[in-house]
Ligand binder design. Structure first.
Ligand SMILES: Nc1ncnc2c1ncn2[C@@H]1O[C@H](COP(=O)(O)OP(=O)(O)OP(=O)(O)O)[C@@H](O)[C@H]1O
Ligand SMILES: [Mg+2]
Length: 108
């Protein structure tokens, strides 16, 4: 049996030049636990979700583990297929596609 947390970050950091948008963040979430993340504008909430999912970029340093297995070096679609999904702060559709095509494109 795997006793590792469902999701864990270790010293997760994302730099943009001199700015540390996510700075040495470590936490763990067990199966069944539900957490939110709060903070003022620009405090790094979206960047945290970005680097956990790899969309659109990876962490500068640190680790993300899913059930004890590192996922931070995986490609975004591999992280998604492993079960770590996200939504976006600003949603947008492909205007040239139909509603069905938009949903289909997102699912594959
Ligand atoms: N791609 C990027 N390039 C450079 N700087 C970035 C980038 N993305 C975010 N930042 C900077 O990182 C910091 C954290 O931004 P982030 O969007 O994660 O904050 P947030 O907590 O989600 O804010 P909000 O509440 O406005 O959604 C900000 O200073 C932002 O300008
Ligand atoms: Mg945000």
């Amino acid at each position: 049996m795997n006793d590792a947390p469902l999701l864990e970050t270790r010293n997760l950091t994302r730099r943009f030049g001199a700015l540390r948008a996510v700075d040495d963040v470590s936490f763990s979430v067990a199966a069944g636990q539900v957490y939110g993340i709060a903070g003022p504008n620009g405090s790094g909430k979206s960047t945290l979700f970005n680097v956990i999912t790899g969309i659109p970029f990876r962490p500068s340093s640190g680790e993300v583990l899913l059930s004890g297995q590192p996922i931070h070096r995986m490609r975004p679609h591999e992280i998604s297929r492993a079960g770590v999904l996200r939504t976006f702060q600003k949603d947008a559709e492909f205007a040239s596609l139909s509603a069905f095509e938009n949903v289909y494109t997102s699912a594959v």
